[in-house]
Design a binder for this molecule. Structure first.
Ligand SMILES: C=C(O[C@@H]1C=C(C(=O)O)C=C[C@H]1O)C(=O)O
Length: 373
């Protein structure tokens, strides 16, 4: 082996490369054997699950997957970054799980949206994804049992909360089984041979046009901006129009064979969106969990104070508080709350007892592992 302090003489280069490639082949052979052993183990796990519950065995275990990924990150010695290493294991697990039973997941479509990208990021490339035209249809598809899980957007770092998702939770019995965050990068794309200075129209979702406003003002001030129902829809429209471009994510450019003219044109470099995984499962403890609740309070002075106090008194870290009209009476509100901890933690159990005394209703939307990737 050489380190970067040992100069390689030109004549020795071939010999050195040959040695390194023999070493890589040896390591790959070991890895193939190890990954196969891992897959065998996962198949045995599936058999155990089936034996324990032949009618309705649940193969996918979000808490276990989060633990596997966290351990991989902790043990990673480098030089690969933690996230890169975890992504490789994400795909290994995805392939192993597909041997047990391929997962089917509904998402807010059409194909090529950021929600589809989030689904693949969370479950890996082996998941079968099914596009749905609206958020409540994603819920319905899971409720009907047509798919095991659903993926819906919940909040964007620049645009705020997705109210439609919050409202749908109020009338649904589905549980939150996980969360995933995605960096949102917008690219300008068009058909082959379309030049930037020839573009007269830019299609995108209204939120994406807003998130790229400064870039558009500076680089394409004269192009007409046209808002459509999704970024994927924008990419689809551009396909047959030679003087048009779309702002969308990478998946859309691949799906509709468009060329990326300019990458990462979003005004805020930290632009990200959080998505929720919804299902029918109560997820066990992973050790790094979050819980989401909907709480209805009486419309009286001090209601919000009592709500906050029940968390503060038990030292529970509330990470989000959102109020929404209750949909059942005029000018009454419900609170959507996220906090750190699992519903089975003894302190959380105590805090919930106190909260239930002052609240009209407490609905647990789910305890789930914090997004690892
Ligand atoms: C193997 C299991 O089943 C599935 C596959 C996993 C894996 O490949 O590591 C982890 C969790 C489950 O989604 C398990 O429950 O341990």
């Amino acid at each position: 082996m050489t380190d970067n302090k040992t100069p390689i003489l030109p004549g020795n280069e071939e010999a050195e490369l040959k040695k390194l490639r023999i070493e890589i082949d040896r390591l790959d052979t070991e890895m193939v054997a190890l990954i196969s052993q891992r897959a065998e183990c996962a198949m045995r796990v599936a058999a155990v699950k089936l034996q324990a519950d032949p009618g309705s065995a649940v193969f996918y275990r979000p808490e276990r997957e989060a633990q596997v990924l966290s351990q991989v990150m902790e043990r990673n010695p480098g030089p690969l970054g933690n996230e890169d290493m975890a992504r490789l294991f994400r795909e290994i697990m995805s392939a192993c799980l597909a041997l047990e039973k391929p997962l089917e997941v509904a998402y807010l479509g059409p194909e090529g949206t950021f929600t589809q990208q989030a689904a693949k990021k969370h479950f890996g490339q082996w998941v079968i994804t099914k596009p749905m035209p609206a958020i409540d249809e994603v819920f319905r598809e899971v409720e009907a049992g047509a798919v095991q899980y659903g993926v819906v957007p919940i909040e964007n770092s620049t645009e705020g909360v997705v109210n439609h998702t919050l409202d749908t939770f109020m009338s649904s019995n589905l549980k939150i089984c996980g969360e995933v965050e995605l960096r949102i990068h917008h690219h300008l794309m068009a058909g082959p041979n379309t030049r930037l200075d020839k573009i007269t129209r830019v299609y995108s979702h209204q939120q994406s046009l807003a998130q790229c406003r400064k870039w558009l003002d500076a680089h394409m001030p004269l192009a007409e901006r046209i808002a459509v129902s999704s970024n994927a829809e924008a990419a689809k429209r551009v396909k047959g129009e030679w003087s048009s471009a779309a702002i969308a994510g990478e998946m859309a450019s691949e799906l509709y064979d468009l060329e990326i003219i300019e990458t990462k044109i979003e005004d805020s470099p930290d632009n990200s969106t959080r998505f929720l995984i919804i299902g029918t499962q109560n997820v066990g403890l992973s050790g790094g969990d979050k819980t989401s609740l909907v709480v209805s309070m009486r419309n009286e002075p001090g209601a919000l104070y009592h709500l906050l106090k029940s968390f503060n008194d038990f030292g529970i870290d509330m990470t989000r508080l959102e109020s929404r009209p209750s949909l059942s009476g005029n000018w009454t509100y419900v609170f959507f709350i996220d906090f750190v901890g699992h519903i089975s933690d003894p302190t959380v159990i105590e805090a919930m007892e106190v909260l239930k005394k002052t609240a009209v209703d407490v609905k647990v939307l789910g305890s789930y592992p914090k997004g690892v990737l």
